[in-house]
Design a protein around this ligand. Sequence first.
Ligand code: ZN
Length: 156
Amino acid sequence: MSITTNSVVSIHYTLRDDEGTTLDSSEGQDVFTFIQGTHQIVPGLEMQMEGRKTGDKFTAVVPPEMGYGAFDKNLLRRVPLDRFGDNKVEAGMQFQAGGQGIYTVREVADGHALIDGNHPLAGVTLNFDVEVTHVREATPDEIAHGHVHGPGGHHH
Ligand code: ZN
């Protein structure tokens, strides 16, 4: 069957940026399983899954606007280091703050940390190599729960 809304889809995928650096991959792991049309994957990839079948292999290029969003300069902030208390702060470190998602420390200088509230993949063009390994219809329970049951999903 072809992938459409409420298909349960299993894929193997490798995600690269425009420099060819691998950002994420299911290689050597279980397939990734999701319900099409429920926004469990980025919009640009979900759109390009539509109509694919088991065994299909394709590359999906997803611009930032259809992925994790454009990079927003307003989410960069300089914070005095004493606000971190006794915690060691260094570039590349990530932390969660005030229930507002993940921040990344971009640099530490002059007693301040430059922190970035953008998603780590904001502004990045996503290049997915996808192999569709399985497609089936979601059960009424899965549609009601909004997640996959069984292999690759919830067991309850
Ligand atoms: Zn469930």
